[in-house]
Design a protein around this ligand. Structure first.
Ligand SMILES: [Zn+2]
Ligand SMILES: [Zn+2]
Length: 397
């Protein structure tokens, strides 16, 4: 087939088909330029499609496929989310009114995210107001990344229309929610939307708990998840930097069979839904200041006839002796730590200084649930063995 008779879309497709082999031949050091160029092409393609999308919408031709509007059509035909489809339709509508932005978009001077922000601003405060500030907006859009430019556009909106900006903030505030799923396969899904202010408060609070420890191999996402749980756990301990104060209560229902690890024993149940394995129960029972265990049967007698929480003076002495988590090279301070029984109290271990060790939450978990063994040697130093080195029955707790 003669190449000139192909449609431009076919020509782009054949160029794309050649692209992987061409990129594979480029040195790693030379990849920056093609990556920037490729990103620019994606932006320019979005720009070129805006005008036909507007025509397609005006004509109503999408109805021939049975779609009620262009957003629905884009979701169905192009697999876009509702938000992504609506954003593109919004750009297509506004570009007709903002030819300078359209030209800068088509030349590749400004990127898709920046143009989306300008189109949203035009939706909020009107095209005329945007036209009056278009030069400075485009200048900022060419210089700033998408996130930074969104703040500039919001600022501009506020300058032009403080009441409108407030109304929009109020609409956004109405959309806030936090959803906590039911436990499924050992996980609880958390998702939600916060207004800007709420998001900033949560982010600052989480950041304070997210610093990686020494040799910390958790991913940023795992550290954020741990910080979220830690923040909730600490609700009650303000003013108790040694961790000796009362803590939020996690109520667990369990039988003695489960706690001693008898084969065939049922899992422990969390009040409020969900179950946890026996080893997790043992970890919570290990430092029962963290949680309250409601015994069933024999365990009820066991728990109600003796206090299993580590007394405050013992906990302070433990912090003074160990200073930080005793796991290899870990330096998490006592407030991050539980008091771990080297020999579990349910196996007859006393709640006394000689039988206790400070372990931060992730390491306490590794000792119980992941089978690391921790022993205290005669000279007072702690010895750790990875899982599998020590028979489970000889494990310390
Ligand atoms: Zn423990
Ligand atoms: Zn640790």
């Amino acid at each position: 087939m003669c190449r000139s008779s192909e449609s431009p879309i076919e020509r782009i497709k054949s160029g794309l088909a050649d692209l992987p082999a061409w990129l594979a031949g480029i040195d790693d050091a030379g990849l920056g330029e093609p990556l920037v160029d490729g990103r620019g092409l994606i932006n320019r393609l979005e720009a070129v499609l805006a005008e036909p999308m507007r025509r397609f919408e005006k004509s109503g031709a999408y109805r021939a496929d049975g779609a009620l509007d262009l957003v629905a059509w884009l979701r169905w035909k192009c697999g876009l989310s509702g938000g992504a489809a609506a954003e593109r339709v919004g750009i297509a509508r506004q570009m007709e009114n903002l030819p300078r932005t359209q030209q800068a978009f088509a030349r590749g001077d400004v990127g898709y995210q920046q143009v989306a922000a300008i189109a949203r601003t035009a939706d909020h405060i009107g095209v005329d107001a945007v036209r009056r500030g278009e030069s400075s907006l485009l200048e900022a859009a060419a210089r700033l990344d998408g996130g930074q430019f969104t703040s500039v556009a919001k600022n501009f909106e506020h300058q032009v229309d403080a009441a409108g900006a407030l109304a929009e903030a109020n609409r956004a505030h109405q959309r806030r929610y936090l959803h906590l799923g039911e436990p499924t396969d050992g996980l609880v899904r958390v998702d939600g939307l916060l207004d800007t202010e709420g998001g900033a408060i949560v982010k600052t609070a989480l950041n304070a708990f997210m610093l990686p420890g020494k040799d910390d191999d958790r991913t940023p996402g795992q550290r954020r998840a741990d910080a979220f749980v830690e923040l909730c756990r600490r609700r009650e301990v303000r003013g108790h930097p040694d961790g000796a104060g009362p803590r939020p209560v996690l109520v667990i229902r369990a039988s003695l069979d489960t706690l001693v690890g008898s084969p065939g024993a049922p899992a422990a149940a969390l009040e409020g839904g969900g179950v946890i394995p026996a080893e997790t129960l043992r970890r919570h029972a290990c430092d029962s200041a963290v949680s309250r265990i409601v015994g069933l049967g024999e365990l009820e007698h066991e728990i109600s006839h003796s206090s299993r929480s580590i007394p405050a003076p013992t906990r302070r002495a433990l912090s003074a002796r160990d200073h930080h988590c005793v796991f290899r090279s870990c330096d998490r301070q006592p407030i991050w730590c539980d008091g771990h029984h080297l020999q579990h109290w349910v196996d007859g271990g006393p709640t006394s200084l000689e039988n206790l060790a400070l372990l931060c939450r992730p390491h306490h978990r590794m000792v119980h649930e992941e089978g690391w063994a921790l022993q205290r040697k005669r000279d007072g130093r702690f010895e750790l063995s990875p899982p599998g080195r020590v028979p489970a029955a000889a494990r310390s707790a």
